[in-house]
Design a protein around this ligand. Structure first.
Ligand code: NAD
Length: 351
């Protein structure tokens, strides 16, 4: 009888949501974010090794579905991700994702993974990488505006990696703030729930905006942002979807992941196409300055870039093999004679 057991080479490790949670809880949420942050930073340092392209976006009235590919010449990775701001009200996640990592030399996938949880981890990791280079060194208080799915990951990352002691929460929906306060209660962070965005930013040296609305919103107006603050703007990540008043951008030094993508998707879509911005990798590599004065307003105009997902996938690949928290998927056809694909199908009919 034909042996239909797939060979080991053709099996692809799959990290389900369940396995992702097992990996993250075994290693620690904060520790996982810190490890991904180190990977992101190391990969930013070899920026020129990567193929880079703006993500491919399919827009609809309700949201966007995007593909985010990149390769460093040895490995190829991509993420499928959606952004549907109205989803939350319908009982669905605003953002869901999965991704693949593959070998470049033979094109075989080496990992298929859920990336909804992983995106929250990597977005928090990217935020602290930027803040490490841009935020005031003595920052202890962060305002967190938008207390949805990403919120606690961001707060925990800033606490663990940057030493933020207090997070001041605000959301238009008090239930979201209550949820985040509950989840952050035993993290060591001092958590203050606020009734307005103005109250949340009082005394904060870092302001993270992480709201979801498919429009040009004004989560922060110009008068709300004082000198010396670091803005970590997460939620404006699509054409026609921004969070900051344009005047804030004109007073800020702006740092971005990949300009061709951010110019279309980020807060800077509100500015002229030649408005000066600094690529974050150049700051990390010491080629350009980050924060240069106490009074400077720094803005990380985050939209999420493919290399960050690549870094996160590489981390999870290693962690899945180390912990054993994955299942092997029979995902690749593997006939004994590579040319005899038809014969393999034929033989299976009589098995
Ligand atoms: P979510 O829907 O779970 O949470 C969004 C929260 O924002 C909700 O609780 C909502 O009540 C609140 N909100 C909406 N309008 C507000 C306002 N005017 N003031 C205060 N709060 C307001 O979404 P999420 O998964 O947390 O994602 C948040 C945003 O971040 C989305 O826009 C998403 O596309 C974006 N995002 C960006 C990246 C990145 O890499 N930059 C990664 C992931 C998600």
């Amino acid at each position: 009888m034909t042996d239909l057991t797939p060979s080991k080479m053709a099996m692809v490790p799959f990290v389900s949501v369940h396995d992702m949670m097992r990996i993250v809880n075994a290693d620690g949420v904060a520790q996982t974010i810190a490890a991904i942050a180190d990977r992101i930073e190391a990969d930013f340092l070899r920026w020129e090794d990567f193929d880079k392209t703006p993500r491919v976006a399919a827009h609809s009235d309700e949201g966007v579905i995007e593909l985010m590919p990149t390769s460093d010449g040895e490995r190829y990775g991509f993420k499928y991700v959606n952004g549907h701001p109205a989803n939350m009200g319908r009982g669905f996640q605003t953002v869901t994702a999965f991704g693949v990592l593959a070998r470049v030399d033979n094109g075989y996938p080496i990992l298929l993974s859920e990336m909804t949880v992983l995106t929250a981890l990597r977005t928090a990791a990217a935020s602290v990488v930027a803040a490490r280079h841009l935020a005031p060194k003595d920052a202890t208080v962060m305002a967190m505006i938008g207390n949805g799915a990403q919120c606690e990951f961001q707060a925990l990352a800033f606490h663990h990696v940057l030493g933020i002691e207090e997070v001041r929460l605000y959301d238009i929906d008090p239930d979201a703030t209550a949820k985040a306060a509950r989840n952050l209660a035993s993290t060591g962070l001092r958590v203050t729930s606020c009734a307005t965005a103005e109250e949340a930013i009082a005394g904060a040296q870092i302001i993270t905006t992480c709201t979801a609305d498919k429009k040009q919103a004004t989560i922060l107006t110009d008068n709300m942002v004082g000198a010396g603050v670091h803005l970590n703007a997460i939620g404006g990540d699509c054409p026609g979807k921004t969070e900051l008043h344009r005047d804030i951008l004109l007073r800020s030094d702006i740092f971005v992941e990949f300009p061709p993508q951010t110019r279309v998707e980020g807060e800077i879509q509100q500015l002229d196409a030649d408005h000066p911005v600094t690529e974050l990798w150049r700051v990390i590599a010491g080629k350009d300055a980050g924060r240069t004065s106490d009074s400077q307003i720094t803005l990380f105009d985050s939209v999420g870039f493919a290399t960050e997902d690549f870094s996160a996938l590489c981390h999870i690949h290693d962690a899945a093999l180390r912990t054993g928290f994955h299942v092997d998927l029979d995902m690749l056809a593997d006939p004994d004679d590579p040319r005899d694909l038809f014969g393999m199908v034929n033989r299976a009919s009589g098995a």
